[in-house]
Design a protein around this ligand. Structure first.
Ligand code: GLN
Length: 197
């Protein structure tokens, strides 16, 4: 079974580790370059992308992460992790950098204050039943390159039509938190992608 690391300097690491472990994956936290070197694939969790960026720099993980992602390591980012994987960011904090890899522009905290956090059922590409999506100060995908496939969009309300899940080769990202709750289909989707690559 593949070895899948979860970036563990900040964010909801435990939730991702629990889902991956239940799927029979060798899952572990990544805080140091040696741990990253053991990874076949990586999850970038939800949390706070500015803090993740700063900590990745401080712990000398930033450049190794950029390098692994550029050279094809399958990577799945959720929420703040989606921001980390985006090539371009709108409404980032001063000086905030991303790892990049996904040819998308994300808008940070896109849903606005009134709808800080919300949940709903949304259709996900290839799934028979919708997923229960939990959004917490979530980004959305403002713009995407030709190589990027949209996997899910907001079905209704003021944000209707906004793209909230994407895939480009072996990179994928969701604005919402599939690690919360009991639905493991999106993690399964990622694990399958890791096995194929
Ligand atoms: N708003 C956070 C950020 O900008 C993301 C929120 C989340 O990951 N739940 O990084």
């Amino acid at each position: 079974s593949p070895s899948i690391g979860v970036f563990a300097l900040q964010g909801d690491v435990r939730e991702h580790l629990a889902v991956l472990t239940d799927l029979g994956v060798d899952a572990f936290g990544v805080r140091r370059p040696e741990e990253l070197a053991r990874c076949d694939a990586l999850v970038l969790p939800g949390g706070e992308s500015t803090t993740m960026y700063k900590l990745a720099r401080t712990f000398e993980l930033f450049e190794p992460l950029v390098d692994r992602i550029r050279t094809g390591m399958p990577t799945f980012g959720t929420c703040a992790g989606m921001i980390m994987l985006a090539d371009r960011i709108e409404d980032g904090t001063e000086g905030q950098e991303t790892l990049g890899g996904l040819d998308i522009t994300v808008r940070r905290n896109a849903f606005g204050r009134q709808v800080d956090s919300f949940e709903g059922h949304i259709a996900f590409d290839g799934f028979e039943d919708p997923v229960h999506a939990v959004f917490i100060r979530a980004p959305w995908v403002e713009d995407l390159g030709e190589e990027v496939e949209a996997l899910a969009t907001v079905p209704a309300g003021p944000a209707a039509g906004r793209i909230v899940a994407v895939r480009q080769g072996s990179l994928m990202a969701t604005s919402f938190h599939p690690e919360v709750g009991s639905d493991d289909r999106i993690h399964r989707y990622f694990v399958d992608l890791v096995k194929q690559s």
